[in-house]
Design a protein around this ligand. Structure first.
Ligand SMILES: [Zn+2]
Length: 254
């Protein structure tokens, strides 16, 4: 079921704006984060073309966006509060890192270092940074609270379902379609969660689509119902969360 390399690290987020094909050489997503491995070097030809060599500017822009989200984004603030109250407080300098990534990913979570990676060359808008932070903070929360093992395919599928359910798919247009019946909206939301979770799993694991779908279907009923910490603990008592859920554009995903 799962590859037995003992050195899995970064759990990645597929960049929804570009189609990602898993790299056949690496099952665990390493090559998606060259800075993480210390092998990133800007190519001279790309510097001449102005494509690379701007990492410093990108990094400070990214760090500013992270800072703004931590200060002003309801969903990011709520996730940080949930992590703090679960015994895993987030220190933005220690736990969030802006880096150059492969263009197929927008962000990731590195459980070994308990660190969120924001892909500074892909997630260039504040809405995207907010999306990455909220999503990866669900993984951070699961890693903190639920003894998550990212090498276990069912665990991985479960946390991806939860992240899609609680963040990405709650802001899709299905919710705002006034003419859609509740059943239709519900179905659209479930489909969104399954699709998003599938892409997230395929972005970081060298497995076939059919196998990934099977694992997702298996854990879906249980994991889709699990709304911690947003649905149960925070949303109920917070105007902020309701507001965040109503503002689709707020999230940067249309
Ligand atoms: Zn994810």
């Amino acid at each position: 079921m799962s590859n037995d390399k003992s050195t899995t690290r970064t759990e990645g987020e597929s960049n929804s704006e570009s189609k990602n094909e898993p790299n056949p050489k690496e099952a665990w997503g390493y090559d998606l984060y060259p800075e993480r491995r210390g092998t990133f070097t800007p190519k001279v030809t790309n510097i001449l073309l102005g494509k690379e060599g701007k990492e410093g500017i990108e990094k400070s822009k990214c760090e500013k966006n992270v800072y703004d989200c931590v200060k002003n984004s309801s969903i990011v603030k709520l996730m940080m509060a949930a992590l703090r109250s679960s015994g895993c407080p987030v220190d933005i300098r220690r736990h969030i890192s802006c880096e150059v990534c492969d263009y197929s990913v927008s962000g990731g979570y590195d459980p070994q270092l308990n660190q969120i990676v924001v892909c500074q060359n892909v997630s260039t808008r504040k809405g995207m940074v907010q999306g990455v932070l909220a999503h990866e903070m669900i993984h951070m929360f699961d890693y903190c609270r639920n003894n998550l093992d990212f090498r276990n395919m069912e665990h991985l599928a479960c946390t991806e379902i939860r992240a899609a359910n609680l963040t990405h798919c709650s802001f899709t247009s299905a919710w705002s379609q006034g003419d859609a019946s509740w059943t239709k909206v519900k179905q659209a939301h479930q489909d969104c969660v399954k699709t998003k979770a599938l892409y997230s799993v395929l972005a970081v694991r060298q497995i076939g689509k059919a196998e990934a779908v099977e694992v997702i279907e298996k854990v879906f009923p249980k994991c889709y119902k699990d709304l911690e910490p947003i649905g149960r603990r925070i949303r109920r008592n917070s105007d902020d969360m309701d507001r965040a859920y109503k503002e689709g554009s707020y999230y940067g995903y249309e």
